[in-house]
Ligand binder design. Structure first.
Ligand SMILES: Cc1cc2nc3c(=O)[nH]c(=O)nc-3n(C[C@H](O)[C@H](O)[C@H](O)COP(=O)(O)O)c2cc1C
Length: 204
């Protein structure tokens, strides 16, 4: 795919076909992630391939709990139609996506990383760059991903038994998309929110 075409085609996917994802597709996507820029060449991205049904069921439970809290927050806004719409949105595919990949940022143990001084979030931003690379590579290969952040990340970390220095960024549901949501973000397609036509750019 041309870059522009790939950027336009990438979607956050929550509806997948049951087809398995070949290992070489995943390897290529992970290699793309590893090409991302990172602060001070820290390469802080870490991945956990979540394969056990037990872990996935637990993560789905974490999602359901967080989702319930979110639903309550929307209900408190006293707009019944909006609350109903929120309730109807599918915001994960934890049990139906063939691949689950939890993504973490490892905080460096050494004292100094170029670029991090005063802004440790730069390490997390580096991992977000890696996730975008992975996402685009999957799109390019005819696959898709959905980023799930509606989770208690501390519990996710405990469940997956990762080192203390790993901070969770999300759980990716990966597979063959069952839909392209009419080539729009699903939230736009479902009438939740519209994409703004242009980026906001100030001049000073
Ligand atoms: C950091 C981050 C966290 C997200 N968390 C969720 C999530 O928990 N559930 C969900 O359905 N979508 C989640 N999304 C997807 C966004 O809703 C989606 O990217 C946005 O609506 C635009 O749609 P598009 O990615 O198809 O262009 C997340 C995206 C990002 C970047």
């Amino acid at each position: 795919m041309e870059l522009e075409e790939c950027l336009k085609a990438r979607r956050d996917t929550r509806h997948f076909l049951p087809d398995p994802v070949p290992q070489q597709v995943l390897n290529k996507a992970l290699a793309a992630a590893h090409m991302a820029p990172s602060v001070g060449l820290s390469e802080p991205w870490r991945f956990v391939s979540v394969e056990s049904a037990e872990n996935r069921t637990f993560i789905k439970k974490l999602f359901n709990e967080a989702r319930q809290k979110a639903q309550k927050q929307v209900a408190d806004e006293q707009d019944e139609a909006r609350s109903d719409l929120h309730q109807s949105l599918k915001l994960e595919a934890i049990l139906d996506a063939p691949v689950g990949l939890a993504v973490f940022c490892e905080l460096p143990s050494e004292n100094y990383t170029i670029g991090v001084i005063g802004t440790p979030q730069t390490l997390m931003w580096s991992v977000a760059c890696a996730i975008q690379n992975l996402w685009l590579s999957l799109t390019d290969q005819g696959y898709g991903a959905g980023w799930v952040s509606i989770l208690d990340f501390e519990q996710l970390k405990k469940e997956l038994d990762v080192p203390e220095a790993w901070l969770p960024l999300g759980y990716l549901c990966i597979g063959k998309p069952a839909t392209d949501y009419d080539k729009k973000p699903m939230l736009q397609n479902q009438g939740w929110k519209q994409r703004t036509p242009e980026p906001i750019v100030l001049k000073r």
